[in-house]
Design a binder for this molecule. Structure first.
Ligand SMILES: [Zn+2]
Length: 318
């Protein structure tokens, strides 16, 4: 998910208002409390997984669907007991541990983005994961909430000894010479953020379509949300999990109404095709799913109803 510069200004203007109101979700008064959980550990077969929260941010509700009016979106949100003024996005980073190698999926927003983000290092520490133990970093795509954290506060790339990876399609699209002059004005900041982050890396390894990264861990193409968006399949002892980045943004928007076209899908037709293919695969084969922006820790199963889908969070078991 990302924000254009204009949207960002709207967002900043509207957070001031949101901060003084008291969101009430059904009977539950959150009263502006930051309730954030920091990390969540589980296993897929014998592969250890830790969801590490990078924090979260609010987006305008117009980001949910390009074809709905504000009133229609508010009606939809009300139906699911969600605040009607904004949509809250968690940012769920993932550490996959295989044979003493640690693969981090996305690096989050760093300290230069919006909302209450940039929690990666604090929460790695709470999860007892030494940053120096990160051997691989996989980037699902080059939107700022996934990669802006590459540069630290001293402008150095984080995890200098780790091997960074992104799909070649994604890398080439964002870093194309003159890209900044080819996009609409509202996209310029996005391109600069992506280039600034990717260029901070001394080295990045590129792959096409599908790539085995570690034993039981495979990256595969799920483009549409961005030109070369990729996801991760984790497989061990017959259990499977897809770490889906932004393929599905929120369990109460595109899952409840699969006709919604999120504003931030760069190729809306391809994004919807990919989303429906992934949904078909995970519901048919009972594969667990982890969504980057799903309510923390964002992992569970998805079941198919007649005209919609339902997310069953794994955390209800604890
Ligand atoms: Zn995102």
């Amino acid at each position: 998910m990302f924000l254009s510069r204009r949207k960002l200004l709207n967002y900043i203007n509207c957070t001031g208002i949101a901060a003084i109101s008291t969101p009430i979700f059904g009977a539950i008064n959150t009263n502006g409390n930051t309730h954030h959980l920091d990390y969540f550990k589980f296993k897929i077969g014998n592969i250890k997984i830790t969801v590490v929260s990078d924090g979260g941010f609010q987006l305008p509700i117009s980001s949910i669907d390009v074809n709905s009016s504000e009133e229609e979106l508010k009606e939809h949100l009300k139906k699911y007991y969600m605040p009607e003024e904004y949509i809250y996005s968690d940012t769920n980073l993932v550490v996959i541990e295989v044979e003493e190698q640690n693969l981090l999926v996305d690096v989050g927003s760093g300290t230069r983005f919006i909302g209450n983000t940039g929690k990666l290092f604090d929460n790695l520490s709470k999860a007892n994961i030494n940053p120096e133990s990160i051997t691989h970093v996989f980037l699902t795509h080059a939107h700022p909430d996934h990669i802006l954290g590459i540069r630290d506060d001293f402008d150095e790339a984080i995890f200098p000894d780790a091997k960074f990876m992104i799909s070649e399609k994604e890398y080439n699209w964002w870093t194309k010479k003159n890209r900044v002059n080819e996009v609409e004005e509202t996209f310029v900041q996005m391109v600069l953020w992506a280039q600034n982050s990717l260029n901070a890396l001394p080295e990045i390894s590129l792959f096409n379509n599908e790539k085995k990264i570690l034993p039981g861990v495979t990256a595969f193409d799920t483009s549409g949300h961005s030109p070369g968006h990729s996801s991760i399949l984790v497989e061990s002892e017959g259990s499977k999990l897809i770490i889906g980045g932004d393929v599905i943004i929120n369990p109460y928007t595109t899952l409840k109404n699969p006709d919604f076209i999120p504003e931030n899908d760069m190729d809306p037709v391809q994004a919807q095709k990919t989303r429906l293919e992934i949904l078909d695969l995970i519901t048919r084969e009972k594969i667990a799913f982890l969504g980057y922006h799903f309510p923390f820790p964002g992992v569970g199963h998805i079941i198919k109803n007649e005209n919609s889908y339902e997310f069953i969070p794994a955390s209800i078991r604890w």
